[in-house]
Design a protein around this ligand. Sequence first.
Ligand SMILES: [Zn+2]
Length: 259
Amino acid sequence: MQIGMMNDPRCNATDEARWAAAHGLDFLDLTIEGPGADLEQIDQAALRTIMAETGLGIIGHTAWYLPFASPIARVRQAAVASAAETFDLFAALQARYVNVHISSTPALFSRADCLRWNGESFAHLAEQAATYGLHVMVEHPPSSYFSLDDISTILNADPRLGFHLDMGHMHVAGFKLKAVLEELGARLTHVHLSDNRGRHDDHIPLGAGTIDWPQVIATLKQYGYDATITLEVFSKDRDYLLLSAAKVRQWWADAALEQ
Ligand SMILES: [Zn+2]
């Protein structure tokens, strides 16, 4: 199991990578978003130097607000093109995975339209990503609008799409982890963790909200998940992020003892 953090898109990504490596994190979940980390603001050479010197890994992350399910075809195509523009960078940084976020559609349109447009956009991206040796994984939003079946329908638009679990989003949506793993676990590729109180996607430190973390970590481990976990703890004081990382490592070790 590897633990990483997401860069704050308001900050310089090179500084964020340096901070992650200096504080013992295994990888940076590199989100390409403004105002501070848009594609043209990324210093690829500097990131490669940090990676070579420290062993820091990179997971690809694209802007969460890209309109992949817009009713307007040209807007969807622009969202796909914008996400695909990051592939060259991620491939150069030896990333294997890049995420995309399920997008909503105005209520005037049907659920079937929304699922189909998301699926079509992601299938196009899976196709393009393959030429870079990248895999696209789909992250669900912090909303109960999309059922687990809906997420499954979107993933089934292309067999290459992976499932990107966000525990904070699942808690807001009201899903239990065991049910999520039962339905989508076979395609589980990457995990995001942050806490909240079940109402809003607060991104608070692990243990500050109402998620039962020892149980979540044990469930993931016992399910056989042993890949990358990103902490999306967005507190101003980053001691809370580091404390969350230490706690995940401890819960993970405790879960092993219980098996
Ligand atoms: Zn997330």
